[in-house]
Write a protein that binds this ligand. Structure first.
Ligand SMILES: [Zn+2]
Length: 394
């Protein structure tokens, strides 16, 4: 059975075509008889008989393509694509491109829409070809074409080409997206740095990280990678210098640097330095993960009871499930009999709650997940995901 929405959509398009045809009736009566004649009413008949495919064909054949009707064709094509009817949308846009009566900007608009159909259908090579043509002829849709090319290269993980396309988007089109584009370019460089680190090409990695920070001085990802690189080379002091920029770059991401910071101080054997740094962080950027890290220091310096007291003290000020979980774990180590059974039960419940709750969310679209994605899988924004705060998070 044909979808009611699609039925309505094509009905509206045909009705719009009818109105447009009526307006032109006086000056082109003869043409109208030719173009809005039997096929047009055949289209309506297909709709009434719930045959959507035939209705789209009839629409294409019945409504002449010209400047007056172009918008109707484009609107129907785009709505079909949004509904997931990609083949039908493609047919409508290809029909437009085959019309020499349209002006060059109108043809470019149809070409851009066709490229969007191909992207939606996963035919990225075909989309790329159409978009490149729009860029090469300096079309008025160049900026949109480059934006789609960047999306394609991101999907294909072709970061060099993504940077190249981003560099081609003219300054005049940057507008309020300047920040977002700079952040995206910084992430492309970080991707290249990561690739270089995997190949052990540290010179290229450092160069890409430098470039990333050039695009976005607040790039926590660049600092984390650079810290990781220097730590891997045994340059702990250098690594710490870089990692200690993170609280100023984005306080919400401090927790992502804690493991590495602790590893650097530990390798230096500088437990006092670590304690001092963690205390500074706690005063300015408190989080459950930070309290747990500090409790570990207390545990090594003293014992489990002192660590549990430390957590209990912070649990009063900062009630979170994570802290409660750690406190129960520490008490479990020293309990016996019935108390142990009860604590075990409590631990199981807390574990279930923690497992059911996501740890990260997207600041832009609200997507939630259990790991830090640099590119939001939902809204495709770079650097928008952060740890969740509050009772169920940090
Ligand atoms: Zn998002």
């Amino acid at each position: 059975m044909v979808d009611i929405g699609l039925f309505g959509l094509i009905m509206v398009a045909i009705a719009a075509g009818f109105v447009l045809g009526w307006r032109q009736r006086g000056r082109r009566l003869q043409q109208e008889n030719q173009h809005y004649g039997p096929k047009y009413f055949k289209g309506l008949s297909y709709l009434l008989n719930e045959q959507a495919d035939s209705a789209v064909d009839a629409f294409i054949e019945s409504l002449e393509v010209n400047s007056d009707t172009l918008e109707t064709h484009l609107a129907l094509g785009n709505l079909l694509r949004r509904k997931g009817e990609i083949a039908k949308a493609t047919r409508i846009h290809q029909n437009l491109l085959a019309r020499p009566s349209l002006t060059t900007p109108q043809l470019h608009e149809a070409q851009l829409e066709l490229a969007r159909d191909f992207i939606r259908a996963g035919l990225l090579d075909r989309a790329e070809g159409l978009l490149h043509e729009l860029v090469d002829v300096n079309s008025q849709y160049k900026s949109e074409a480059l934006t789609h090319l960047i999306e394609i290269y991101q999907d294909e993980k072709d970061w060099e080409k993504a940077i190249e396309a981003a560099n081609q988007i003219g300054q005049r089109r940057f507008g309020r997206n300047t920040g977002e584009r700079a952040i995206a370019r910084a992430h492309f460089c970080c991707e290249l740095a990561e690739d270089a680190m995997e190949r052990n090409d540290l010179l290229t990695a450092r160069r890409q990280l430098q470039k990333a920070l050039g695009f976005d001085r607040q790039s926590v990802r660049a600092s984390l990678l650079w810290g990781q690189l220097e730590h891997g080379q045994g340059n702990e002091r250098e690594a710490l210098k870089i990692l200690q920029r993170i609280p100023h770059q984005d306080p919400e991401l401090v927790v992502e640097s804690l493991e590495l910071v602790c590893a650097c101080y530990e390798r230096l054997g500088d437990s006092k330095g670590l304690q001092r740094y963690l205390e500074e962080l706690l005063a300015q950027y408190p989080s459950s993960s930070l309290v747990i890290k500090m409790a570990e220091q207390v545990r090594w310096a003293r014992d489990d009871y002192a660590a549990a007291d430390f957590i209990a003290e912070h649990l009063r000020q900062r009630p979170t499930i994570k802290l409660l979980n750690r406190l129960v774990e520490l008490y479990l180590l020293h309990s016996e009999g019935r108390a142990r059974d009860n604590l075990q039960l409590l631990k199981q419940l807390v574990d279930q709650v923690l497992e059911a709750k996501p740890s990260h969310h997207c600041r832009k679209c609200g997507f939630t997940g259990n790991q830090l994605h640099w590119l939001c899988p939902s809204c495709k924004t770079w650097g928008s995901i952060t740890p969740i705060t509050g009772v169920e998070g940090e």
